[in-house]
Design a protein around this ligand. Structure first.
Ligand code: NAD
Length: 328
C-alpha cells in the first residue's frame, strides 16, 4: 500500500460529474489534489473545495501541451477523466471528441512519462462492450470489446494504447465504469436512472425506448472510491489491468428501472416505444474488482432512486430541466 499522505493526484476533468466526487473522496483521504479542467460546464462543483490547502485548481485545456505540463508539476498520480462524454456530444462534435478523447489523451500520457508520473488511472466505460453477442451473457474483462459509437471507439483505442505501453515506468490501470447515477457536486440528469427518476418525480410520463436492453449501473460515490482503490492498491495487482467497475447484481433493463422507480413514485406513468434509439445492450460481470481489490458497492439502484426522488420532492433543484445538468 502507498503512503497516500505524501501523494499529489492530478484529476483531469475534476470539475465534472464523477471528477468532483472523486476530488471530495481524495481530499477526505488526505491526498493533495490538483484539478485540471477547462470548465466546459462551469466550476461551481469546486466551490466546497476552495480554500482547502490540499486543493489546487488549474484551468486549462487538455489539448494544449503548455497547460498540461504546467498542471503536471509536482504531481505523483494522474486520474484521467476529462473527455467529451457520451454519444450525443461525440456525435455533435466528432472532431473535438477525437481530439480530446484520443489525440490529447495520448499526448497527456506522453507528458506524464516526461514528468515521471508514477500511476495513471483511466476512466473508461462498459459501453465499450456495445452489444452482447449472446443474449443475457455476463461480460467480464476478457470479453471482446465491440464499440458501436464514436464515444466508445475513442475509449477503446485509448485503452489499447495504454495496454501497449509495456515498457512504461507508469503503473497503468483502466477502469470501465458502469453507467453512473446519484448526486455529486456537478449533478447530471441526462443519465438513465437520474433522468427517469427526475421526470417521474416531476410528474412527467416516461417514454422508454429499448425497454429490454441491459446495462450495469453504479453510484457516483462508489465509482469515486474505486478510483481511489486503484490508486492505492499494490502496483502488481493493477498494472496493465482493466476492471469493470460496479456490481454483478446491478445490471438492469430499462423496464426493470421503471418498475423500481414505480415503487418509489407510485403515480408513475410509463409508455414504451418500439423504436430502438440506442443499440447498446450489455450485462457486465464485476467480480474481478471485488476479488482483486476488495471493492464493494455501498449503494444500489433503488437507493439512488430514493436519493434523486427526494431531491425533487423537496424542490432542492430550482431549474430541474436546465441544460446545465446535461452534456450537450
Ligand atoms: N457518466 C457516466 O455514466 C460514465 C460512464 C462510464 C465512463 N465515464 C467516464 O468518466 C469520465 C467522467 O465522466 P463525467 O460523467 O464526470 O463527465 P462530465 O462531462 O461531467 O466531466 C468531464 C469533465 O471534463 C472536462 N473537459 C472536457 N474537455 C476538456 C478539455 N479539453 N480540457 C480539460 N478539461 C476538459 C469538462 O469540463 C468536464 O468537467 C469520462 O472520461 C467518461 O467517459 C462516465
Amino acid at each position: 500500500m502507498v503512503n497516500k499522505q505524501s501523494k499529489t493526484v492530478l484529476v483531469t476533468g475534476g470539475a465534472g460529474y464523477i471528477g468532483s466526487e472523486l476530488v471530495r473522496v481524495l481530499l477526505q483521504d488526505d491526498f493533495r489534489v490538483v484539478v485540471f479542467d477547462n470548465l466546459s460546464f462551469g466550476g461551481e462543483s469546486l466551490l466546497s473545495f476552495w480554500g482547502n490547502p490540499a486543493f489546487t485548481f488549474i484551468k486549462g485545456d487538455l489539448r494544449h501541451d503548455d497547460d498540461v505540463r504546467n498542471a503536471l508539476q509536482g504531481v505523483d498520480y494522474v486520474c484521467h477523466l476529462a473527455a467529451i462524454v457520451g454519444e450525443p456530444p461525440c456525435k455533435k462534435y466528432p472532431e473535438l471528441a477525437l481530439e480530446v478523447n484520443w489525440h490529447a489523451s495520448v499526448r497527456l500520457y506522453e507528458l506524464c512519462e516526461e514528468a515521471g508520473i508514477e500511476r495513471f488511472v483511466f476512466a473508461s466505460t462498459c459501453s465499450n462492450y456495445g452489444k452482447m453477442a449472446v443474449a443475457d451473457a455476463l461480460l467480464d474483462e476478457t470479453a471482446e470489446l465491440n464499440p458501436i459509437s464514436l464515444y466508445s471507439e475513442t475509449k477503446v483505442n485509448f485503452e489499447k494504447y495504454l495496454l501497449s505501453q509495456e515498457n512504461s515506468t507508469i503503473t497503468r490501470t483502466i477502469l470501465r465504469f458502469s453507467t453512473v447515477y446519484g448526486i455529486s457536486p456537478r449533478p447530471r440528469f441526462d443519465l438513465t436512472v437520474n433522468e427517469f427518476t427526475r421526470d417521474a418525480a416531476l410528474g412527467k410520463p416516461l417514454l422508454i425506448y429499448g425497454e429490454n436492453f441491459w446495462r450495469p449501473y453504479c453510484h457516483v460515490s462508489d465509482l469515486a472510491r474505486s478510483v481511489k482503490m486503484a490508486l492505492t492498491a499494490d502496483a502488481g495487482k493493477v498494472n496493465g489491468e482493466a476492471f469493470n467497475v460496479g456490481d454483478t447484481g446491478q445490471n438492469y433493463t430499462k423496464k426493470m428501472l421503471a418498475a423500481e422507480i414505480g415503487k418509489a413514485i407510485p403515480s408513475l406513468e410509463v409508455n414504451y416505444h418500439p423504436v430502438v434509439t440506442d443499440p447498446r445492450d450489455y450485462k457486465v460481470n464485476c467480480d474481478k474488482i471485488k476479488n482483486v481489490l476488495g471493492f464493494e458497492i455501498s449503494k444500489t439502484v433503488p437507493n439512488g432512486i430514493t436519493e434523486i426522488a427526494s431531491l425533487f420532492r423537496e424542490q432542492v433543484i430550482s431549474e430541474p430541466m436546465s441544460a446545465r445538468y446535461g452534456n450537450v
